[in-house]
Design a binder for this molecule. Structure first.
Ligand code: GLN
Ligand code: ZN
Length: 794
């Protein structure tokens, strides 16, 4: 898989006259056909050996370099590849391997690396809450490092774990090896490193109160070693990513940056640093960033286009990398519009001082649109994946260097696509526009306040104190997934598949009744995914076949593409609810995914505001809620698992986000009568900072994740005097361990110290789809027993 036409090893700063420099900050590592996933999983299962995995990695890197070269990229990255995650690579590079992994110095073995990633003793990790991963099984053996979201993306990184007395040492030479590997294939690359300040800012320590940033002094020598060696071996530029520059940094953070880059500049003066920022604007860190002694600065001009205005201040000989193609979304760019913005800037700064680039690494978009042979051709003509985005940059580079005439044909195609998309009737639905225009305040408000509704609801349902329920899904067993795959491939007819799903549902309902749960669910067996299931039934969404994006490790997702106005052609869940309710006299809770979660887990159209797209989804869900109510559903749960994760990176933008997300929730949930109980579910363990918004959502019942936080997060609800009902999770569904009755009664005792008894529901932390029936059965039996004990003693 090596390059067919190796380039000369000319320096990356040599700008050819026919094009402006086109830089790539990083490319997807998973392979066009998910080669990396299959190689990893085969290695983990023991089917293939380490050598096979290493070879696959090398093949993917060679293919990535060749592809970028062929697409006209002049600044090609190395060390953007990873077997698992670039933050984990960085931990390993600097020897930050926590003691439990029993590393004894020397190069870090692959087994240790994967133990940090996934835990050891064959325990595999799983996404437990839709797309989010909240924690991994580590009942025995070594637990994995903690994992969390990389800024506001759906990529998850392994959180570095540093001790107060942490020592750093160069323990992996990956950046150097990959630089050499590329060079041997004929590519002069710009190696990429996660910057030392971002690394420490994202790290955590077991020592409460210890700030990992204070380790900067000890960390820098390792970075300097790496940089020196890269320089020695011929690297002229190194890209160092410091996305922490788009966060609200305090003076300590700003000073840390200043210190780090001053040290680096004086230790390795011969090396040029391209300091990359992305996912937002520099904001209050602008002066800090501009004062750093680095040779180049990359700015995200997609998220923060206004940054282009201040660029004239950048009046010395430093190189500017302009992130102008969206690295976070999949829309084809309007190239003429970009040219219009860039031409004056280039004229001012001069061609040799500017590079153009995607806004961030292309890790966050799928690889190649050409593979989407099944996609509607009109929609396809509006999209660009990583390959297409690099082509766009190459066109822009040519036009900026040689004038628009030099790229005439490509620009014309781009213009045509932009015009066609704008005018397409597929995107604009007058009926949706009319409904949006018709929204009034009454639609955002329940007819009566909670206190009044609660009375009516209690009368209607007549539930015992501390009612028990679950969050919605029951185990998605291998058998269920197999049946779904067989149905998708045509091997199972609609009819047979439906009977199978009904049978699964009936068993689940019957079992819930047998063990004595008070409010039942149908189990969600018919759903492939809590967002995709709805997206597939809503107008305005499209789906890809190969549009995989890394979520973490070997787990990839294919986000739905929200391309047009959203509406609901027909009921989506009513039949399944009706079927499930027909099997029992107990209340059957209907189950929907909320508008914010659908939005946050999709690639969203960029021609209208996200808030606007969200409002459209809210109206579609509102229709479903109305139909469920009309069919007799007395309880309707609207999950907003992703509301919190959509919070903007900067605190100053939170209020606006929470305003429109709460508005969307109210819009979808407020059309019902008093006696209809609206539930919502959120799987977070942090509510303090968004409690006002939670209150404003005004769901009759909210179920939340609390078991691992020992109910402490209920303090937020208590302090707020949250009046509505709450189901604090008493069973940690992220672990295969079956909780004892006493553990749950102990948790409930803690809950009762913070809430009034009439507020409390009893439920697990989240849905049970990732668990096994053998785990779920005893756990829920115990949960019901805990509720009974509580009732007896209360
Ligand atoms: N109803 C969903 C389930 O139980 C909720 C999942 C989630 O919150 N992520 O699976
Ligand atoms: Zn959940």
């Amino acid at each position: 898989m090596s390059s067919t036409s190796p380039s000369s090893t000319s320096s990356t700063s040599t700008i050819s006259t026919s094009s402006l420099a086109v830089a790539s900050l990083g490319t997807p590592r998973i392979g066009p056909r998910r080669e990396l996933k299959f190689a990893l999983e085969s290695f983990w299962s023991g089917a293939t050996d380490e050598r096979a995995l290493i070879e696959t990695g090398a093949g993917l890197r060679a293919a990535n370099w060749a592809r970028q070269k062929k697409l006209g990229v002049s600044v090609i990255p190395s060390n953007d590849f990873s077997f698992y995650d670039q933050m984990l690579d960085t931990s390993v590079m600097v020897g930050a391997v926590p003691e439990i992994y029993r590393w004894n110095g020397g190069p870090v073995p692959l087994a240790t690396y994967f133990a940090m990633a996934r835990g050891a003793q064959g325990k595999t990790q799983e996404a437990s809450c839709g797309h989010i991963n909240h924690g991994r099984d580590a009942a025995q053996g070594m637990p994995a490092l903690e994992m969390t979201k990389w800024f506001d993306t759906n990529y998850h990184y392994m959180v570095p774990e540093l001790a107060r007395d942490q020592k750093f040492t160069l323990a992996s030479r990956k950046p150097i090896e990959e630089y050499e590997e590329a060079k041997a294939l004929g590519y002069q690359t710009r190696p990429v490193l996660v910057g030392p300040v971002t690394f420490l800012k994202l790290a955590k320590s077991k020592d409460a109160g210890f700030n990992p940033l204070s380790l900067l002094d000890r960390l820098l020598p390792v970075y300097i070693d790496v940089l020196r060696e890269l320089a020695c071996r011929g690297a002229e530029w190194v890209q160092i990513d410091e996305p922490c520059l788009v966060l609200d940094l305090d003076i300590v953070g700003q000073q840390a940056l200043h210190y780090a880059y001053t040290e680096i500049a004086s230790a390795v003066p011969q090396l040029k640093i391209m300091l990359a920022t992305y996912f937002g604007g520099l904001g209050g860190n602008r002066d800090t960033a501009l004062a750093l002694p680095v040779a180049g600065l990359h700015l995200d001009l997609v998220r923060a286009p206004e940054q282009i205005d201040g660029l004239a201040d950048f009046s010395d000989d430093r190189v500017l990398s302009l992130g102008i193609i969206d690295g976070r979304n999949i829309w084809r760019a309007d190239l003429s519009r970009i040219l219009h913005r860039l031409e004056p800037v280039i004229a001012k700064l001069g061609k040799d001082r500017v590079q153009i680039a995607p806004s961030c690494s292309l890790l966050h978009v799928p690889i190649d649109l050409a593979l989407e042979t099944g996609l509607d051709s009109e929609i396809k003509s509006w999209l660009a994946f990583s390959v297409q985005k690099l082509e766009e940059l190459s066109t822009l580079g040519t036009a900026l260097a040689g004038g628009r005439g030099a790229a005439e044909a490509s620009l014309r195609t781009s213009d045509e696509a932009a015009a066609a998309r704008k005018a397409s009737p597929r995107i604009h639905d007058a009926k949706v526009a009319a409904r949006i225009a018709g929204i009034d305040d009454a639609m955002r408000r329940r007819a009566n306040a909670f206190a009044e509704r609660a009375g009516v609801q209690h009368e209607r349902f007549n539930l015992p104190a501390f009612p028990t329920t679950t969050i919605g899904s029951f185990p998605q067993t291998a058998e269920v997934r197999k049946a779904r795959a067989a149905h998708a491939s045509g091997a199972l007819t609609d009819e047979v598949y439906k009977i199978y799903l009904q049978d699964q549902t009936a068993r689940a309902v019957q079992w819930q009744e047998t063990i004595g749960l008070d409010v039942l669910v149908h189990g969600e067996f018919e759903r492939n995914d809590m967002v995709q299931y709805f997206g597939e039934q809503l107008a305005g969404f499209a789906f890809t076949t190969h549009g995989w994006v890394q979520s973490y490790g070997s787990r990839y997702v294919r986000p739905p593409v929200l391309f047009g106005d959203v509406s609901r052609p027909k009921p989506m869940t009513v039949e399944w609810w009706q079927y499930a309710q027909s099997l029992t006299k107990k209340p059957m809770k209907a189950m929907l995914t909320g508008p914010v979660t659908i939005l946050n887990w999709s690639f969203v159209r960029d021609d209208i505001a996200r808030s606007e797209a969200c409002r459209q989804i809210a109206l579609a869900i509102r229709d479903e809620v109305a139909d469920l109510e009309a069919a007799g559903a007395g309880m309707i749960q609207i999950d907003e698992a992703a509301l919190r994760e959509g919070l903007p990176l900067r605190q100053s933008e939170w209020k606006a986000y929470l305003d429109w997300t709460v508005d969307a929730f109210r819009l979808c949930s407020s059309g019902v009568r008093d006696e209809t109980q609206i539930h919502t579910h959120m799987c977070y363990s942090e509510f303090n900072d968004i409690i006002d918004a939670i209150g404003a959502m005004d769901a009759d019942v909210i179920s939340i994740e609390t078991s691992r936080s020992k109910m402490e997060l209920l303090d937020a609800f208590r302090n707020y005097r949250y009046p509505n009902e709450i189901g604090p999770g008493v069973y940690d569904i992220h672990s295969p361990r079956v909780p004892e009755i006493e553990e749950m009664t102990a948790l409930l005792k803690l809950a009762r110290m913070r809430l009034t008894d009439t507020q409390i529901w009893i439920n697990p932390d989240c849905g049970l789809k990732t668990r096994k029936w053998e785990e779920v059965r005893p756990a829920l039996v115990n949960m019901v027993a805990a509720a009974r004990e509580l009732r007896a003693s209360a």
